[in-house]
Design a protein around this ligand. Structure first.
Ligand code: ADP
Ligand code: G3P
Length: 497
C-alpha cells in the first residue's frame, strides 16, 4: 500500500492506495481559515499537522490493514503557503501565511520599483507577486519580535507546508522540500537548481532558515514509528497542482491538465526544457525524478467555479452549482450572450487588474437559461485563452486535455470545452487526482511499479470529442475575445464606480 497525504487549502486528506493504484480507504478533516484583516489569510500550522496526522491514522484504521503494509508515503500540499518555526521546540513563531494572502503586495511593488522583476523572472520563472512564499517569510521575520536575529543565530527553520510535514513526521530529523515547492518561493533558481544567493539577499531571507531542496521522487527520511506504530519511508513530495499533472499521467511534453475548482489551474508539461513565457504564464518545475528536472507552464483563471457560485448566490437563478447544467439545457445555445466574469480583474494572458465583469448581447428574449449557459461557457473560453498562450510559448500544440475538479461533473461544460479547444477533453474515473499523483510518484520511486505501468492507472471515464465546426468555433471565440477587450480597464475610468 502507498499512503498519500494531501494537505490542501481547505482540508487535510489522506488516502491509501493498493498495488493497482485503487483507493482502499481515506480520512479527511477541514482546516480553519482565518482572515484577521482584509486581504490576509492564515492557517494554524499545529492544526495542519494534527489534522493531517489524524486523517492518515483514520485511513490506516479504515483499511483494516497494519501500517507495516505501507511501502511508502507521498506528500502533496497547497503551494506557496509559508511558515517559520523554532528549531529547538518545533513551535511555529507565527501562523502560516496562506498563498491567497495579499499583505505583502506593497513589498512586491517595491521589488518591481527596484527593477528586480526581469531578474526574478529569469531566475525563478515567476512574476513578482505576493502569491509566492518569499515575501511572506520576510514579513514574518520583520514582524515577529526578535525573529530576524534569531534566524541569523540559526534558531529558526522555515519553509512551505511540505517541509513542515516532513519535519514533523521525521521527528525533526529532516528539513527538506522538493523542487516543485521550491520553485514557488521566488528564491529558487530554476537553472542552477538551488536557492539563489542574489535573490536571498535581495529579499532578505537568511539561507539557514531554508530547507534542503531534493528531487520530488526521492528520499525524505522516515515517518517516526510513534506516529503509525512503524517507520515508513517518505518517497515523494510535490505541490498539489504538479501532483495532479502527474496523477493525470501527463508525463509527455505537450500534455496538459486543467483543474476546475473555484478558479482553474492549468499546467502543461514542457519536458526537460524550462520554457520562458511571453504571455504572462509562469514557468514552474513539474517534478524532479532521478537526475532530471521536468518543467511546466502554468496559467490560472481567477474566477471559474466561482462564477457558477455567483449564479447561485448573487443572481439566485440556480439553487446549487450542480443545477447549472439542467438550467443551461433549457436553451439550445447562449443566443449570442457572452458573460465575462472578470470580477477581480483578468489573469493570464491579459493581466488587467482593472477589468471588471460584463454581460454582452442581451436582448428582450434573453432568459436565465441563456445567462447560465453563457457563464458556463466562460470557464471554457478562459481556459482556451490560457491554453492558447501555452501553445504559443511552448511552440507545440496541445495533445489533449485531462481534467479534474468540482465543475468537471458538468457534461455540458466539458463538451463545450472540447468544442472550443478543438481537441479532446478526458475526464478520468478517479476524482482524487492530486493524491493519486503523489502516490504514483512514491510508488515509482520505491519500485512498486514502473513508468510504463503508470499510464494504465489513469483510466478515462469519458472522453469529450469536439463536435463544433471549425468556423463556428472561431466565430464564437472571436466574439469572446471581443467581449473581453471591452471589459478591460473598466475600473480605471473615472466615475465608472
Ligand atoms: N456541476 C457543476 N457545474 C458547474 N460548476 C460546478 C459543478 N459542481 C461544482 N461546481 C463548481 O466547482 C467548484 C468546487 O469545486 P472544487 O474542486 O471542490 O473547488 P475548490 O478545490 O477550489 O474548493 C465550485 O466553485 C462550484 O461552483
Ligand atoms: O489547495 P488547493 O487545491 O486550493 O491548491 C492551492 C494551490 O496549490 C495554490 O497555488
Amino acid at each position: 500500500m502507498i499512503l498519500s497525504l494531501d494537505q490542501g487549502t481547505t482540508s487535510s486528506r489522506a488516502i491509501l492506495f493498493d498495488q493497482e493504484a485503487g483507493m482502499i480507504s481515506q480520512g479527511q478533516y477541514e482546516i480553519r481559515q482565518s482572515f484577521p484583516y482584509p486581504g490576509w489569510v492564515e492557517h494554524d500550522p499545529e492544526q495542519i499537522w494534527e489534522t493531517q496526522l489524524a486523517a492518515a491514522r483514520d485511513a490506516i484504521q479504515a483499511s483494516g490493514q497494519p501500517a507495516a503494509a505501507i511501502t511508502a508515503i507521498g506528500i502533496t500540499n497547497q503551494r506557496e503557503t509559508a511558515l517559520i518555526w523554532e528549531k529547538a521546540t518545533g513551535q511555529p513563531i507565527y501562523p502560516a501565511i496562506v498563498w491567497q494572502d495579499r499583505r505583502t503586495a506593497q513589498q512586491c511593488e517595491e521589488l518591481k520599483n527596484r527593477g528586480l522583476a526581469p531578474l526574478i523572472a529569469r531566475k525563478t520563472g515567476l512574476v513578482v507577486d505576493a502569491y509566492f512564499s518569499a515575501t511572506k517569510l520576510a514579513w514574518i521575520l520583520d514582524h515577529v519580535d526578535g525573529a530576524r536575529e534569531r534566524a541569523e543565530r540559526g534558531e529558526l527553520l522555515g519553509g512551505t507546508i511540505d517541509s513542515w510535514l516532513i519535519w514533523k513526521l521525521t521527528g525533526g530529523e529532516v528539513h527538506a522540500t522538493d523542487v516543485t515547492n521550491a520553485s514557488r518561493t521566488m528564491l529558487f533558481n530554476l537553472h542552477d537548481r538551488e536557492w539563489d544567493a542574489q535573490l536571498m539577499e535581495a529579499l532578505r531571507i537568511p539561507r539557514c532558515i531554508l530547507p534542503e531542496v531534493r528531487m520530488s521522487g526521492g528520499e525524505f527520511g522516515f515517518a517516526e514509528s510513534c506516529w503509525f506504530g512503524t517507520e515508513i519511508p517518505i518517497r515523494s513530495v510535490l505541490g498539489d497542482q504538479q501532483a495532479a499533472l502527474f496523477g493525470h499521467t501527463c508525463l509527455e511534453a505537450g500534455s496538459a491538465k486543467n483543474t476546475y475548482g473555484t478558479g482553474c489551474f492549468i499546467l502543461m508539461n514542457t519536458g526537460t526544457e524550462a520554457v520562458t513565457s511571453s504571455h504572462g504564464l509562469l514557468t514552474t518545475v513539474a517534478w524532479g525524478m532521478g537526475e532530471e528536472l521536468y518543467y511546466a507552464l502554468e496559467g490560472s483563471v481567477f474566477v471559474a467555479g466561482a462564477a457558477v457560485q455567483w449564479l447561485q448566490e448573487g443572481l439566485g437563478v440556480i439553487s446549487a452549482p450542480a443545477g447549472s447544467e439542467d438550467k443551461a439545457r433549457e436553451v439550445e445555445d447562449s443566443d449570442g450572450v457572452v458573460v465575462v466574469p472578470a470580477f477581480t480583474g483578468l489573469g493570464a494572458p491579459y493581466w488587467d487588474m482593472y477589468a471588471r465583469g460584463a454581460v454582452f448581447g442581451l436582448t428582450r428574449g434573453t432568459t436565465s437559461g441563456h445567462l447560465v449557459r453563457a457563464t458556463l461557457e466562460s470557464l471554457a473560453f478562459q481556459s482556451r485563452d490560457v491554453i492558447g498562450a501555452m501553445e504559443k510559448d511552448a511552440g507545440m500544440p496541445l495533445t489533449g486535455l485531462r481534467v479534474d475538479g468540482g465543475a468537471v461533473r458538468n457534461d455540458l461544460l466539458m463538451q463545450f470545452q472540447a468544442d472550443i479547444l478543438g481537441s479532446e477533453v478526458t475526464r478520468t474515473a478517479y476524482a482524487e487526482t492530486t493524491a493519486l499523483g503523489a502516490a504514483l510518484l512514491a510508488g515509482l520511486t520505491s519500485g512498486v511499479w514502473s513508468r510504463e505501468q503508470l499510464e494504465r492507472f489513469n483510466k478515462a471515464e469519458k472522453v469529450f470529442s469536439p463536435l463544433m465546426e471549425p468556423e463556428e468555433r472561431e466565430r464564437r471565440y472571436h466574439a469572446w475575445q471581443d467581449a473581453v477587450s471591452r471589459t478591460m480597464g473598466w475600473e480605471k475610468h473615472e466615475g465608472h464606480r
